[in-house]
Every structure is written in C-alpha cells, then in structure tokens.
Design a protein around this ligand. Structure first.
Ligand code: AMP
Length: 217
C-alpha cells in the first residue's frame, strides 16, 4: 500500500505517518527529515537547502526529485510507503507519477489532513523533540511526564527545528497555500483524494486514516 499524506506544516503528517508505519508495516518517507539529515551531514544537497529551509521556502523541485529518485524502489519500501512532505508542487507530483510508473508502482491513496491556519501556528511554534529518540513534545499540548526527561528514552536533551520560529511559520504556510494546495485538485482529478479532519484528537485522526487504508472509511 502506497500513500501520500498531504497537508500544511503542523497538520500532523509526521506523527500520523509514524503511527501508521507500525500498524500497517509501511515505511515513512519524509523529505523534510531527509533534508535535515543532509544539512547535518554537510552534504552538497544540505548546503544548498539550508538557507532556503531556514527562510521557510521550498527547495528547488530538481533537488528534491533527485534526492528522492529511487527511494520508493528501495527494499524497505517494498511493502508500501507513506510519503510525508512530498510532493509539494505539481512539478514534483508529475515527477512522482513518472517515478512510480518506471518502477511499476501505484499510489493507492492521497489523504489530505485539514487544519486551520491559526491552529497550525499554535501547534508548530510550541513543538520540540527528544534529541535521543525523536519523540515529539509540545509546550502546551504534550509535556514530558517528568519535566526535562523524555518519557520514551529518558533523554534530557531536546531540540527545536530552526524553521519552527513564528517568523518562519508564516512563510511556510504561504508556500503551502501557493505551491502545495494545487495538488488537491491534481489528485482529485485522478480520483484519489480523500480528506480527514486533522483538528480532531490525534487518536481519532489515526482511526480515520486507518479506516480509509483498510477500506472501511
Ligand atoms: P517539513 O519537515 O516537511 O516541514 O520540511 C521542512 C522544509 O524542508 C520545508 O519548509 C522546505 O524548505 C523543505 N522541504 C521538505 N520537503 C520538500 C519538498 N517536497 N519540496 C520542497 N521543499 C521541501
């Protein structure tokens, strides 16, 4: 089963992708995570992408499609994958269609997580993750049970994304509305688009997604 989770930054794509990964035995492919790894590694792609990401803009389509080419055909994706944060433009969606075709693969679902902009700003600007295991937390919505200690791994170091600052969030939302929202009619025309209320409780969103994936939604 291959799917795309589509939605603005802060809609919960990453959180839900991780939950579906475990339940459906598919792999999450998140271009934002891949790019952050490239930046940390100081690679050529990372060096090209760093400043653009910090401004909250989209990196060039060619760079992304080059980075992701072949990823969907790797052995760990054979049981299925969840694309999180890709495609983000119509050019990328067309490149993805060609990539899938070349590997004899198809998209089963494209699911939009719908969340209002003001809620997104609040969600993004308070979030942070455990530096050890990557568990996600939020200043208002999800604090560790013991202050300063990760619930999952006991780690005491936490990180915030450079692009989660309030100034950058507006640019990221703007990029979503201008460049990514046109993917909604693109996939609707292919008869693949479904929508889920991303403002519902996290576990309700998971169940709504799971129902679609198991053909009961
Ligand atoms: P994300 O973690 O998905 O919010 O992505 C963080 C940042 O990485 C974005 O604001 C973009 O600068 C860049 N990025 C991630 N995925 C893409 C993509 N598919 N196309 C262009 N830029 C991307």
């Amino acid at each position: 089963m291959n799917l795309i989770l589509l939605g603005p930054p802060g809609a919960g794509k990453g959180t839900q992708a991780k939950r579906l990964e475990e339940r459906f035995g598919v792999v999450q492919i998140a271009t934002g995570d891949m790019l952050r790894a490239e930046v940390r590694a100081g690679s050529e792609i990372g060096n090209q992408a760093k400043a653009i990401m910090e401004r909250g803009e989209l990196v060039p389509d060619a760079l992304i499609t080059e980075m992701i080419a072949g990823r969907v055909a790797r052995p760990d994706a054979a049981r299925g994958f969840i694309l999180d944060g890709f495609p983000r433009t119509v050019v990328q969606a067309e490149a993805l269609d060609a990539m899938l075709k070349a590997h004899g693969l198809r998209l089963d679902h494209v699911i939009e997580l719908k969340v209002k902009d003001d809620v997104l700003v609040e969600r993004i600007s308070g979030r942070y993750t455990c530096a050890g295991c990557g568990e996600g937390y939020h200043d208002r919505f999800k604090q560790p049970k013991v202050e300063g200690v990760c619930d999952v791994c006991g780690g005491r170091e936490f990180t915030r994304r450079a692009d989660d600052r309030a100034e950058t969030v507006a640019a990221r939302l703007d990029a979503f509305h201008r460049q990514t929202a046109p993917l909604l009619p693109y996939y609707a025309a292919q008869g693949k688009l479904r929508s889920v209320d991303g403002m519902a409780a996290m576990s309700e969103v998971t169940e709504a997604l799971a129902a679609i994936l198991s053909g009961q939604g």
